[in-house]
Design a binder for this molecule. Structure first.
Ligand code: NI
Length: 178
């Protein structure tokens, strides 16, 4: 397996809407394995294909292994989820707030309000239709990742002022690195 380079903001590729996967081939499965490896290597709890520059509707998540930032995610187990062509079919009225981060926004965090529970249908690693009932951190994570597939990032949910501050920091950081 390979750790893939992460696309970091600002980058126009993060704004592109991803295309549905037509057929789950061994190549797609290998790519999903690489995505998972990349997510673990970078300490994330979720990763969308667009974040490694591939505009296909594929996500990997594991909120049990996860990052030091989310105490809920430190069960120390590996429970990877592969979601192909995920779609939210219902969401709760009740909301939840998490201090969200993103592998494409290194070092940047902001509180985002989202539905507390969602039901998501998707195809799994083998192309079998599945349904996920997500609550708390898993619900936030899956909504954050599905956003990525639609070219939406977590800072699109916060005030313009806060977003501008984050984008300015990231632009500066990129300038320093290049
Ligand atoms: Ni993200």
């Amino acid at each position: 397996m390979t750790v893939l380079p992460i696309v970091t903001a600002p980058d126009p590729r993060l704004k592109i809407k991803s295309e549905p996967v037509e057929k789950i081939t061994p190549e797609i499965q290998r790519f999903m394995d690489d995505m998972l490896e990349t997510m673990y290597a970078t300490g994330g709890i979720g990763l969308a294909a667009v974040q490694v520059g591939v505009h296909k509707r594929i996500l990997v998540m594991d909120v049990d292994h996860g990052s030091s930032r989310y105490p809920d995610s430190q069960k120390g187990e590996h429970n990877p989820l592969f979601l192909i062509n995920p779609e939210i079919v219902s969401e709760s009225e009740e909301k939840n707030t998490y201090d969200e981060g993103c592998l494409s926004f290194p070092g940047q965090y902001a509180e985002v309000v989202r539905p507390k529970r969602v039901k998501v249908k998707y195809l799994d690693y083998n192309g079998k239709p599945q349904e996920l009932e997500a609550d708390e951190l898993l619900a936030t994570c899956v909504q954050h990742e599905i956003d990525h597939l639609n070219g939406v990032v977590f800072v699109d949910h916060i005030s313009t002022l806060k977003r501008d501050i984050i984008m300015r920091k990231l632009k500066k950081k990129k300038k320093h690195e290049s």
